[in-house]
Design a protein around this ligand. Structure first.
Ligand code: TMP
Ligand code: ASP
Length: 234
């Protein structure tokens, strides 16, 4: 697959066009940002971990009947993906209280939820990705009602598949962020699934094994990414 022009440069990944107009190359960087890029840094080897881990999760999900943008991994830091028209909504699924939910509602991190919560955020750097309702997404034309129903059902299924896979490996899936896009009339899962976009806690110790180690200056960031890679590889 021939890499052509820069298509889009994001904070953690870069997309390149290829000789096939339906396919892009997704390149994973070591750059890490938090709080809408107010905090910046590097996590050594993160790009390699996130590329391989995303491959493992996308392959698992495809096997379980979830359609994704993943085609194949090309190298340590590159994967071939279908070119999506991205829906400008980030879908967050939560299984335990953490992060912005703990803060907003004044709850202790780690509290159980009786069932998963699905939240939507409008993808806008200038607005700091505000939380929105389905009604906003429909009113402002980010997605149709039918697309949102599909996105919600897919997000819950993805959460269920990942949660079971991780539980068997001693990891709690606390929450996760998913992005979806349109491809030839279908909604596909896009982006990446990795310690940047999910909260992973060790089931026994509740040790954080994700990007919160970077966001909150907890130390051993690289070690946590390596540990997660190790856990999902078996
Ligand atoms: P939050 O608790 O900060 O809202 O984060 C919920 C989940 O979404 C968590 O697993 C981290 C992920 N996330 C992203 O992938 N990108 C972001 O910009 C933010 C804020 C969260
Ligand atoms: N990706 C985010 C940013 O810097 C933040 C995060 O993951 O916490 O915009």
């Amino acid at each position: 697959m021939e890499k052509r022009a820069l298509n889009y440069e994001g904070k953690a990944k870069t997309l390149y066009t290829t000789d096939d107009p339906d396919l892009l190359i997704q390149y994973f960087k070591d750059d890490a940002t938090a709080f809408n890029a107010k905090k910046r840094g590097t996590i050594e080897q993160k790009g390699i971990v996130n590329n391989r881990m995303s491959e493992i999760f996308f392959t698992l999900l495809e096997r379980e009947g979830v359609r994704t943008h993943f085609v194949k991994r090309l190298s340590d830091r590159e994967m071939l993906v279908r070119r999506l028209e991205i829906v400008p909504v980030e879908t967050v699924v939560r299984n335990l209280v953490a992060g912005s939910l703990a803060k907003r509602l004044g709850r202790e991190e780690g509290g159980d939820l009786p069932r998963p919560i699905v939240e939507y955020y409008y993808k806008s750097d200038s607005l700091d990705d505000p939380m929105i309702l389905e009604d906003h997404a429909i009113a402002f034309g980010f997605a149709t009602e039918a697309e949102l129903a599909t996105i919600r059902a897919m997000a819950l299924k993805i959460n269920d598949v990942l949660r079971r896979f991780l539980d068997a490996r001693g990891i709690l899936l606390v929450d996760a962020k998913f992005e979806f896009g349109r491809y030839k009339g279908e909604i596909l899962l896009g982006d990446e699934i990795c310690p940047d976009t999910c909260r992973f806690w060790d089931k026994a110790t509740r040790e954080k094994l994700d990007k919160d180690r970077f966001r909150r200056d907890l130390g051993n960031v690289e070690g946590a990414y390596r540990e997660m890679m190790e856990r999902v590889s078996h």
